[in-house]
Every structure is written in C-alpha cells, then in structure tokens.
Design a protein around this ligand. Structure first.
Ligand SMILES: [Zn+2]
Length: 119
C-alpha cells in the first residue's frame, strides 16, 4: 500500500465520521424544548422548532432571548454581570444559559416525548 492510499483512506474515514456526527447532532436537536426555570421553578417552556423572540419581565428584572433555527441565545438582560448575554448560544439537549443574578436558567430539554409525559 502506498503512502497516498493511506492518506486517502484516512480522509474518507474522517469524512464518514464527520457526516455521522453531523446527522446525529441534527437528530439530537429535533423537536427539542427550551425550559426556562426561575428560582428553581419551571417558569415556561418553548418549542425550539418555532423561531421566536421572548421577553421575560419578572420581579422587576428583564431578560430577552431568541430562538432561531433551534439555536437559543440571550440577547438582552439588565443583570449586573451580563454573563448570560456573553454566553455562547446553546443548541443541544442539557446545554444551559444561566443568569445567576436573576436565578434564571435556560435549558434545552428532551424532545416531544418528555412533553407528552408532562401533559
Ligand atoms: Zn444575566
């Protein structure tokens, strides 16, 4: 086997693996739910399939986040540390954006199955 052949096989293997993980991660996001928790209580849940802008005004504070193409990001907050706004967007199950001063957690939870149990 020539050196070039080995490199070619490696490239094909890598592409195959990359494709496999890509498909897996895409399936992972399917039908996900964003759960917003405030002070340990579930405040609201949102469907990740639906693009939306959400403003939350609770107890005198303000947070604004958006859901776009299944990606959740905090776009605005009046908390002092701004940590949640600087946080990178989340897309996968169990990823969270936490706003500590507001005791608020944005967490992507499982798909429709979990919601069915809730209902
Ligand atoms: Zn914050």
């Amino acid at each position: 086997m020539k050196k070039g052949d080995i490199i070619l096989i490696c490239v094909i293997l890598c592409l195959g693996l990359a494709g496999f993980f890509l498909v897996r991660s895409m399936n992972h996001e399917d039908g996900g739910t964003l759960t917003v928790t405030v002070d340990g209580q579930v405040y609201e849940t949102y469907d990740l399939d639906e693009d939306q802008e959400v403003s939350l005004d609770v107890d005198g504070w303000h947070n604004h986040f958006q859901i776009k193409d299944g990606v959740v990001s905090m776009t605005e907050a009046d908390c002092p540390d701004q940590y949640c706004v600087k946080h990178s967007a989340i897309t996968k199950v169990n990823e969270t954006i936490i706003c500590l001063p507001h005791k608020m957690v944005l967490e992507i939870t499982g798909g429709s199955q979990e919601r069915d149990i809730d209902g």
